[in-house]
Design a protein around this ligand. Structure first.
Ligand code: HEM
Ligand SMILES: N=C(N)c1ccsc1
Length: 290
Protein backbone atom coordinates (compact mmCIF):
# COMPACT_ATOMS: atom_id res chain seq x y z
CA UNK A 1 0.00 0.00 0.00
CA UNK A 2 1.32 3.41 -0.99
CA UNK A 3 0.26 6.44 1.09
CA UNK A 4 1.25 9.69 -0.68
CA UNK A 5 0.62 12.82 1.40
CA UNK A 6 -1.59 15.37 -0.41
CA UNK A 7 -1.70 18.55 1.72
CA UNK A 8 -5.07 20.33 1.57
CA UNK A 9 -4.89 22.87 -1.30
CA UNK A 10 -3.97 26.43 -0.39
CA UNK A 11 -4.02 25.89 3.35
CA UNK A 12 -1.30 27.64 5.33
CA UNK A 13 0.14 27.45 8.86
CA UNK A 14 -2.47 30.04 9.89
CA UNK A 15 -5.32 27.76 8.78
CA UNK A 16 -4.00 24.85 10.80
CA UNK A 17 -3.18 27.08 13.79
CA UNK A 18 -6.88 28.06 13.73
CA UNK A 19 -7.83 24.37 14.05
CA UNK A 20 -5.22 23.92 16.81
CA UNK A 21 -6.79 26.88 18.65
CA UNK A 22 -10.35 25.53 18.22
CA UNK A 23 -9.27 22.20 19.74
CA UNK A 24 -7.25 23.86 22.52
CA UNK A 25 -10.09 26.28 23.42
CA UNK A 26 -12.56 23.38 23.51
CA UNK A 27 -10.17 21.47 25.81
CA UNK A 28 -10.08 24.50 28.12
CA UNK A 29 -13.87 24.95 28.15
CA UNK A 30 -14.46 21.24 28.83
CA UNK A 31 -11.71 20.81 31.44
CA UNK A 32 -14.09 19.06 33.87
CA UNK A 33 -14.23 15.93 31.70
CA UNK A 34 -13.27 12.66 33.41
CA UNK A 35 -13.24 14.10 36.95
CA UNK A 36 -11.09 17.04 35.91
CA UNK A 37 -8.53 15.12 33.86
CA UNK A 38 -9.80 16.94 30.76
CA UNK A 39 -9.73 15.75 27.15
CA UNK A 40 -5.97 16.00 26.59
CA UNK A 41 -5.00 12.42 27.48
CA UNK A 42 -7.84 10.73 25.57
CA UNK A 43 -7.01 12.88 22.50
CA UNK A 44 -3.39 11.71 22.70
CA UNK A 45 -4.61 8.11 23.01
CA UNK A 46 -6.84 8.54 19.92
CA UNK A 47 -3.89 9.81 17.86
CA UNK A 48 -1.97 6.69 18.96
CA UNK A 49 -4.81 4.22 18.24
CA UNK A 50 -5.47 5.76 14.83
CA UNK A 51 -1.79 5.10 14.02
CA UNK A 52 -1.45 1.76 15.85
CA UNK A 53 -2.82 -0.42 13.05
CA UNK A 54 0.41 0.08 11.04
CA UNK A 55 2.19 -2.98 9.64
CA UNK A 56 5.62 -2.49 8.06
CA UNK A 57 5.31 -5.80 6.18
CA UNK A 58 2.81 -4.39 3.67
CA UNK A 59 2.74 -0.72 4.74
CA UNK A 60 -0.94 -1.15 5.61
CA UNK A 61 -2.83 0.60 8.41
CA UNK A 62 -1.53 3.67 10.21
CA UNK A 63 -3.00 7.18 10.43
CA UNK A 64 -3.19 7.96 6.67
CA UNK A 65 -6.74 6.83 5.77
CA UNK A 66 -8.50 8.13 8.89
CA UNK A 67 -10.22 4.76 9.12
CA UNK A 68 -10.83 5.11 12.87
CA UNK A 69 -13.96 7.08 11.77
CA UNK A 70 -15.53 3.76 10.80
CA UNK A 71 -17.38 1.80 13.50
CA UNK A 72 -15.69 -1.34 12.19
CA UNK A 73 -12.36 0.00 13.53
CA UNK A 74 -13.57 2.11 16.48
CA UNK A 75 -15.55 -0.85 17.88
CA UNK A 76 -12.38 -2.78 18.74
CA UNK A 77 -12.84 -3.57 22.46
CA UNK A 78 -9.26 -2.39 23.06
CA UNK A 79 -10.34 1.10 21.89
CA UNK A 80 -13.17 1.38 24.41
CA UNK A 81 -13.33 4.96 25.75
CA UNK A 82 -12.04 6.57 22.56
CA UNK A 83 -15.60 7.36 21.46
CA UNK A 84 -15.22 10.25 23.94
CA UNK A 85 -12.36 11.61 21.84
CA UNK A 86 -14.05 11.18 18.44
CA UNK A 87 -17.23 12.81 19.82
CA UNK A 88 -15.10 15.69 21.11
CA UNK A 89 -13.60 16.15 17.61
CA UNK A 90 -16.88 15.83 15.63
CA UNK A 91 -17.72 19.59 15.90
CA UNK A 92 -14.13 20.44 14.94
CA UNK A 93 -14.56 18.33 11.79
CA UNK A 94 -17.88 20.10 11.04
CA UNK A 95 -16.17 23.50 11.44
CA UNK A 96 -13.30 22.44 9.12
CA UNK A 97 -14.82 19.84 6.73
CA UNK A 98 -11.82 20.19 4.37
CA UNK A 99 -9.50 18.57 6.96
CA UNK A 100 -9.06 14.82 6.47
CA UNK A 101 -9.87 12.52 9.41
CA UNK A 102 -6.28 11.29 9.54
CA UNK A 103 -5.07 14.87 9.83
CA UNK A 104 -7.79 15.62 12.42
CA UNK A 105 -6.94 12.69 14.72
CA UNK A 106 -3.18 13.33 14.59
CA UNK A 107 -3.51 17.11 14.95
CA UNK A 108 -5.80 16.50 17.94
CA UNK A 109 -3.03 14.53 19.65
CA UNK A 110 -0.33 17.10 18.86
CA UNK A 111 -2.56 19.93 20.16
CA UNK A 112 -3.31 18.02 23.36
CA UNK A 113 0.35 17.12 23.93
CA UNK A 114 1.52 20.73 23.60
CA UNK A 115 -1.35 22.11 25.72
CA UNK A 116 -0.44 19.62 28.49
CA UNK A 117 3.11 21.01 28.62
CA UNK A 118 4.66 18.46 26.27
CA UNK A 119 7.37 19.16 23.67
CA UNK A 120 6.78 21.32 20.58
CA UNK A 121 5.85 18.66 18.03
CA UNK A 122 6.21 19.28 14.26
CA UNK A 123 3.17 18.14 12.27
CA UNK A 124 2.56 17.66 8.54
CA UNK A 125 -0.86 17.64 6.80
CA UNK A 126 -1.74 15.48 3.80
CA UNK A 127 -3.40 12.31 5.06
CA UNK A 128 -6.25 11.35 2.71
CA UNK A 129 -9.45 9.54 3.83
CA UNK A 130 -9.73 5.99 2.46
CA UNK A 131 -12.87 3.82 2.30
CA UNK A 132 -14.30 1.15 4.65
CA UNK A 133 -12.64 -1.58 2.60
CA UNK A 134 -9.27 -0.27 3.87
CA UNK A 135 -10.12 -0.77 7.57
CA UNK A 136 -7.60 -3.30 8.94
CA UNK A 137 -9.01 -6.32 10.80
CA UNK A 138 -9.07 -6.13 14.59
CA UNK A 139 -6.05 -7.66 16.29
CA UNK A 140 -3.45 -5.01 15.54
CA UNK A 141 -3.71 -3.19 18.88
CA UNK A 142 -1.54 -4.25 21.84
CA UNK A 143 -2.96 -6.04 24.89
CA UNK A 144 -2.09 -4.69 28.37
CA UNK A 145 -1.20 -8.15 29.75
CA UNK A 146 1.94 -8.52 27.64
CA UNK A 147 5.46 -9.00 29.01
CA UNK A 148 8.69 -7.43 27.69
CA UNK A 149 9.14 -9.85 24.79
CA UNK A 150 5.51 -9.29 23.82
CA UNK A 151 6.08 -5.51 23.79
CA UNK A 152 9.34 -5.82 21.81
CA UNK A 153 7.75 -8.14 19.26
CA UNK A 154 4.66 -5.91 18.99
CA UNK A 155 6.64 -2.77 18.14
CA UNK A 156 8.88 -4.67 15.75
CA UNK A 157 5.85 -4.45 13.40
CA UNK A 158 6.46 -0.68 13.31
CA UNK A 159 10.24 -1.04 13.04
CA UNK A 160 10.70 0.75 16.40
CA UNK A 161 13.79 -0.13 18.53
CA UNK A 162 14.06 -0.47 22.33
CA UNK A 163 14.90 3.22 22.91
CA UNK A 164 11.92 4.34 20.82
CA UNK A 165 9.53 1.95 22.59
CA UNK A 166 10.54 3.16 26.07
CA UNK A 167 10.27 6.83 25.07
CA UNK A 168 6.88 6.27 23.44
CA UNK A 169 5.40 4.49 26.46
CA UNK A 170 6.30 7.53 28.56
CA UNK A 171 2.94 8.84 27.28
CA UNK A 172 1.38 6.83 30.09
CA UNK A 173 2.17 9.68 32.43
CA UNK A 174 -1.00 11.16 30.93
CA UNK A 175 -4.53 10.20 31.88
CA UNK A 176 -5.71 7.03 33.49
CA UNK A 177 -7.23 3.60 33.08
CA UNK A 178 -10.96 3.08 33.60
CA UNK A 179 -12.46 -0.21 34.77
CA UNK A 180 -15.43 0.25 32.40
CA UNK A 181 -13.09 0.75 29.42
CA UNK A 182 -10.13 -1.59 29.77
CA UNK A 183 -10.75 -3.42 33.04
CA UNK A 184 -7.79 -1.61 34.63
CA UNK A 185 -8.09 0.88 37.45
CA UNK A 186 -6.26 4.12 38.28
CA UNK A 187 -4.10 6.11 38.80
CA UNK A 188 -6.00 8.22 41.22
CA UNK A 189 -3.49 11.05 41.70
CA UNK A 190 -4.64 14.36 40.30
CA UNK A 191 -1.88 15.59 38.02
CA UNK A 192 -2.53 13.07 35.23
CA UNK A 193 -2.79 15.89 32.70
CA UNK A 194 0.72 17.35 32.87
CA UNK A 195 3.28 15.88 30.49
CA UNK A 196 6.58 15.01 32.19
CA UNK A 197 9.16 12.22 32.58
CA UNK A 198 7.62 11.17 35.91
CA UNK A 199 6.38 7.85 34.50
CA UNK A 200 10.00 6.68 34.56
CA UNK A 201 10.76 7.99 38.06
CA UNK A 202 7.62 6.25 39.33
CA UNK A 203 8.70 2.96 37.75
CA UNK A 204 12.14 3.14 39.40
CA UNK A 205 11.42 4.72 42.76
CA UNK A 206 8.10 3.29 43.92
CA UNK A 207 7.49 -0.04 45.60
CA UNK A 208 5.21 -1.97 43.22
CA UNK A 209 2.84 -4.74 44.27
CA UNK A 210 1.14 -7.00 41.74
CA UNK A 211 -2.53 -7.19 42.70
CA UNK A 212 -5.81 -8.40 41.25
CA UNK A 213 -8.10 -5.42 40.58
CA UNK A 214 -11.90 -5.15 40.79
CA UNK A 215 -12.20 -6.62 37.27
CA UNK A 216 -9.92 -9.54 38.26
CA UNK A 217 -7.08 -8.25 36.09
CA UNK A 218 -3.54 -8.19 37.50
CA UNK A 219 -1.97 -4.75 37.75
CA UNK A 220 0.93 -3.15 39.65
CA UNK A 221 -0.06 -0.74 42.41
CA UNK A 222 2.00 1.61 44.56
CA UNK A 223 1.25 3.88 47.53
CA UNK A 224 -0.21 7.24 46.59
CA UNK A 225 -2.71 5.67 44.19
CA UNK A 226 -0.49 5.16 41.18
CA UNK A 227 -0.56 2.05 38.99
CA UNK A 228 1.17 0.35 36.10
CA UNK A 229 -0.12 -2.04 33.47
CA UNK A 230 1.85 -5.26 32.99
CA UNK A 231 3.17 -3.78 29.72
CA UNK A 232 4.31 -0.66 31.61
CA UNK A 233 6.06 -2.68 34.29
CA UNK A 234 7.75 -4.80 31.62
CA UNK A 235 10.00 -1.80 31.00
CA UNK A 236 11.80 -2.35 34.33
CA UNK A 237 11.74 -6.16 34.09
CA UNK A 238 13.81 -6.20 30.90
CA UNK A 239 17.47 -5.05 31.23
CA UNK A 240 17.59 -3.55 27.71
CA UNK A 241 14.46 -1.46 28.35
CA UNK A 242 15.57 -0.63 31.91
CA UNK A 243 18.64 1.21 30.56
CA UNK A 244 16.37 3.72 28.79
CA UNK A 245 13.94 3.98 31.73
CA UNK A 246 16.93 5.16 33.82
CA UNK A 247 18.07 7.57 31.10
CA UNK A 248 14.66 9.23 30.89
CA UNK A 249 14.12 9.28 34.66
CA UNK A 250 17.38 11.23 34.96
CA UNK A 251 17.07 13.51 31.95
CA UNK A 252 13.76 15.33 31.24
CA UNK A 253 15.14 17.11 28.18
CA UNK A 254 16.32 13.84 26.62
CA UNK A 255 12.88 12.34 27.25
CA UNK A 256 11.06 15.33 25.75
CA UNK A 257 13.14 15.34 22.56
CA UNK A 258 13.11 11.55 22.15
CA UNK A 259 9.35 11.40 22.80
CA UNK A 260 8.76 14.14 20.23
CA UNK A 261 10.79 12.26 17.63
CA UNK A 262 9.14 8.86 18.09
CA UNK A 263 5.64 10.37 18.42
CA UNK A 264 6.10 12.15 15.05
CA UNK A 265 7.48 8.90 13.59
CA UNK A 266 4.38 7.04 14.86
CA UNK A 267 1.88 9.58 13.50
CA UNK A 268 3.64 9.62 10.10
CA UNK A 269 4.50 5.90 9.83
CA UNK A 270 3.86 4.57 6.31
CA UNK A 271 3.22 7.96 4.69
CA UNK A 272 5.38 9.52 1.93
CA UNK A 273 5.58 13.27 2.54
CA UNK A 274 7.20 15.83 0.24
CA UNK A 275 10.34 16.50 2.29
CA UNK A 276 10.78 19.89 0.59
CA UNK A 277 7.72 21.11 2.58
CA UNK A 278 8.62 22.32 6.11
CA UNK A 279 6.68 20.62 8.93
CA UNK A 280 4.38 22.96 10.87
CA UNK A 281 5.14 23.93 14.49
CA UNK A 282 2.17 25.42 16.36
CA UNK A 283 2.10 28.03 19.09
CA UNK A 284 0.38 27.06 22.34
CA UNK A 285 -2.62 29.13 23.50
CA UNK A 286 -0.40 30.62 26.20
CA UNK A 287 2.18 31.73 23.62
CA UNK A 288 -0.53 33.57 21.65
CA UNK A 289 -1.90 35.66 24.55
CA UNK A 290 -1.50 39.32 23.56
C1 HEM B 1 2.06 -1.62 24.91
C2 HEM B 1 1.38 -0.59 24.36
C3 HEM B 1 0.18 0.01 25.04
C4 HEM B 1 -0.81 -0.60 25.77
C5 HEM B 1 -1.00 -2.09 26.07
C6 HEM B 1 -1.71 0.47 26.23
C7 HEM B 1 -2.84 0.25 27.01
C8 HEM B 1 -3.62 1.25 27.55
C9 HEM B 1 -4.76 1.02 28.41
C10 HEM B 1 -5.30 -0.35 28.84
C11 HEM B 1 -5.26 2.24 28.76
C12 HEM B 1 -6.48 2.53 29.63
C13 HEM B 1 -7.69 2.80 28.76
C14 HEM B 1 -8.91 3.08 29.63
O1 HEM B 1 -9.20 2.20 30.50
O2 HEM B 1 -9.54 4.14 29.47
C15 HEM B 1 -4.43 3.24 28.12
C16 HEM B 1 -4.62 4.60 28.25
C17 HEM B 1 -3.82 5.56 27.64
N1 HEM B 1 -2.83 5.31 26.69
FE1 HEM B 1 -2.00 3.51 26.28
N2 HEM B 1 -1.26 1.69 25.79
C18 HEM B 1 -0.12 1.45 25.04
C19 HEM B 1 0.64 2.42 24.37
C20 HEM B 1 0.33 3.77 24.34
C21 HEM B 1 1.02 4.75 23.50
C22 HEM B 1 2.15 4.40 22.52
C23 HEM B 1 0.45 5.97 23.76
C24 HEM B 1 0.75 7.33 23.18
C25 HEM B 1 1.87 7.64 22.54
C26 HEM B 1 -0.59 5.74 24.76
C27 HEM B 1 -1.36 6.73 25.32
C28 HEM B 1 -2.34 6.53 26.29
C29 HEM B 1 -3.00 7.60 27.03
C30 HEM B 1 -2.71 9.10 26.90
C31 HEM B 1 -3.94 6.99 27.87
C32 HEM B 1 -4.89 7.67 28.86
C33 HEM B 1 -6.24 7.82 28.19
C34 HEM B 1 -7.31 8.41 29.14
O3 HEM B 1 -6.93 8.98 30.19
O4 HEM B 1 -8.51 8.31 28.79
N3 HEM B 1 -0.64 4.40 25.08
N4 HEM B 1 -3.44 2.61 27.39
N1 LIG C 1 -0.57 5.33 35.03
C1 LIG C 1 -0.41 4.48 34.05
N2 LIG C 1 0.51 3.56 34.08
C2 LIG C 1 -1.29 4.54 32.89
C3 LIG C 1 -1.94 5.70 32.50
C4 LIG C 1 -2.69 5.53 31.36
S1 LIG C 1 -2.54 3.92 30.84
C5 LIG C 1 -1.50 3.48 32.08
Amino acid sequence: TLHIARPEKGKTLADFQNIYNSIAEKMKSESAYDDGTGYGPVLVRLSWHSSATYDKNDNSGGSYGGTFRFKKEASDVLSKGLENATKFLDPIHSEYPWLSHGDLYTLGGVTALQELGGPKTPWRPGRVDTGPETVPAHGRLPIPEGNASYVRNYYDRFGFNDQEVVALLGAHILGKTHLKNSGYDGPWDDDTNIFSNEFFGNLLERKWTLEKNAASNMQYNAKGGIMMLPTDYALVQDPKYLKYVKKYADDQDAFFSDFRDIYVKLLERGISFDDSIEPLVFKTLKEQLK
